[in-house]
Structure formats: C-alpha cells, structure tokens
Design a protein around this ligand. Sequence first.
Ligand SMILES: O=c1[nH]c(=O)c2[nH]c(=O)[nH]c2[nH]1
Length: 414
Amino acid sequence: MRVGPVVAREPDTATAVWTPVCENSRRATPSTPRLCPDPTLARPPHLATAAAHRPPKMNPYNHDTTGLSGEVQPSYSAAVETPFLADELRTSGSGSPKAAADEEEAYELAEYGYGKNYVKVLKVRRDGLRHSIREYEVNTHLQLDSREDFLQGVNKHIIATDTQKNTVYVLAKKYGIKSPEAFSLLLCSHFLYTYPQVTEVSVHIEEYPWTRIMRDGQEHNHAFVMSPVAFRSCTVSQLRNEAPRIRGELHGLRVLKTTQSAFRDFVQDEFRTLPDVNDRIFSTVVTASWLYNTGSVDFDKVWHTVKECILDKFAGEPKEGIFSPSVQNTLYLAAKMVLDQVDEIERVEMQMPNKHYNSLDLSKFQSTIKGGSENHEVYQPTDKPAGIIHAQLERSSKTLASRPRQVFRRRAKL
Ligand SMILES: O=c1[nH]c(=O)c2[nH]c(=O)[nH]c2[nH]1
C-alpha cells in the first residue's frame, strides 16, 4: 500500500515527526554480519553498515504501512516528512530500453552508493568564558534512485561528495551539534528532504574524545585533553518515508583485572591442553553497539550509561570486585544491565576479545630468583591469537508487548 503524498517542508526542530515504519522493510532486513576485529578494513564503517541492513533489492515505491508505527519526537531535528520520489526521477537503470534490457540481462548493479568520508569538523560552543567543544569525523553515504550515473555517465542526479562535505559544515553552523546521533539524524533528514532522488542516507560519525582539563580541582574554561577511556561513534541510516535507524557505538574500552576471574570445567577431550584456572588475569577491549527504539532520548547520557554498565559488570564494587566464570558470562551480564537500565535500547551487541596474559613457568630460574617456585607476578601479554566472544541481546517479544507504543522496528537487526 502506498501512503502519502507527504508535504515536503524544511526540517524543523519543533514539529518534526517520524513517519511509520514499513513492514516490508523490516522483513527484508537481514541480520548484521558478526563484528570482526577490524570491520573497517574492507571499507568505511558506515558503508558496511548500510549494506548490512539494506534489503537485497530495495524497492522505494513499496510503502506498506502494516507494520508498527511510532510517532515520536526526536531530541533534535530528524524531520522525516520526506517527499515521495518524483516520477521523472525514476529510472530503469539505463537510458535506452534496448541498452537497459541488454545490461539487465547480463549484469545487475547489485549494490551502489557514494558519499564523503572523514569530514573533520570541530564545533565550539562559547557560553561567555566557558567554552565547550565537540570534534567529529563525519561520513555521509547516499543511495540514489537513479543509476544513470553508474550505467551511463549521466551526472544530473549526483549530489557531489564535495556538496555533502559542505552540507556538514553548513548544518553544523546553522543548527549546532548536540550529539553525534542528533547531528546524524539532521543530516539524514536534510538529504532526504532536499533531494527527492535520494532513497537512502547513512551517516556514520566518530567522535574525538576530548575532555576538559582539570586544574587545582577546577574545570578549565577553555582547555581540553585527549585521554580517552573509550571511543564513541554512531551510525544512523534512513530510507525515504521510513523512521531512522539509530545505532550508538562504543569501542576501544580496554580493561584488565588481576583476580576474580576463572575459567574451568570446559570440554575435556584429546584436543584440550588448557588447565582449569581458578584465578587468572582477565583483560579485554570492549566493542558495543546498540539500536535505539526511539529518537527521544539523551544520547550522551545513554552512551555513558552503557560504558558504566560494562565497567560495573567487569570490575564490580571497589573492594571485592565481581567474580567472572568466563568472558561469555561477563559479556552477558553487561549486555543485560544495559537493557535493564535503558528502556530506549532495543538490542545491544557486544564483543570482548580475550586478551590473554599467560602465566610464565619460571621454575627453571629458581636459583636465580630465590623464593617460592610459584609465579603470580610476571605474565606474558599475548595479543594473538585471541579468543573473541560476542553476543547480541534483544528484548523478547513478551517484554515488548508491555512497553510503550513509541517502540518501533521491533525486529530490526543491528
Ligand atoms: O572466558 C573464556 N571463555 C572461553 O571460551 C575461553 N577459551 C579459552 O581458551 N579461554 C577462555 N576463556
């Protein structure tokens, strides 16, 4: 069923609403490939993400609204009353019918798109003497309905990547940057509203982790230091006439504890050499990402909450800590705490590579070392190979039934 037409208007922070989610697009959403150690190696991260959730054959004209709908008020602009694609913009993917038929028989442009990557922007907010900063690298990615640019060298529908770069700076100046997620929503909304030939926008933003310098116990007014505990990013993508898909991300959270970790009673067979260990060093570099079920949320607060949940389930309280029987269990407890604490998160995914700190047998050096033959002080850090533990945790449909109607994209995959 086709809905609309929807009136096109300038993104407006006060009256923005999200359009209903289409059932067909949710059905077509395949699950995200598992996180790999460096998912950015193959191509820019937001490209990987956009491809991961894109239906195999996108049909922007199919507006089935039988799915869940949610009219929610995003914290920032994110106006998505986007105009439907004009008829004259629709192409079969080729200029002449003959060429189109030939090309389509032999080959299919299975995936395509383009964008500007690594647009660096620093936003300074000056409240009198007290200044605040946020620095980002912004990646924009567009998919156009027309494929004439690829197939025929016709550029008339292309919004140049240079224009996309300028847009980042102009919108940053005009609307400010409240958070990476809010700014991504604004960019999605802008590209969809402004250019009717755009069928999908994906924005990936990496934040530079500046923190305010402290001097004599006081926050400095205008000086900052980069001493990151973890890195923050987000990926927001939006199909025309659908609600945006907002994913918060945390990576590089490196942690280590010297006790309260064991690993025992696992499969015993002829391939096993690893002994049961009751007390070991546990270290990992946490990656987490989560899917929001709404845009009405304090994105900054949520990011810090997720970080605290991970630290809480890894470290526990200061004196005794918290016992970990395995990386698997610690990961699960952290993910569960995230869903317990943040209603606006629908699904959370975590990855914890086990950074091994191997015990060393120094008994051969007993005469030199002098003292006991036991060694609980000197370890050998070993980065590779690394066991990688990962999981996604999502709310079950039972929980969803009792939650508010603002929930949408129930089954959307990260
Ligand atoms: O917490 C762990 N989980 C495993 O699956 C595993 N495998 C391994 O060799 N060491 C560990 N540790």
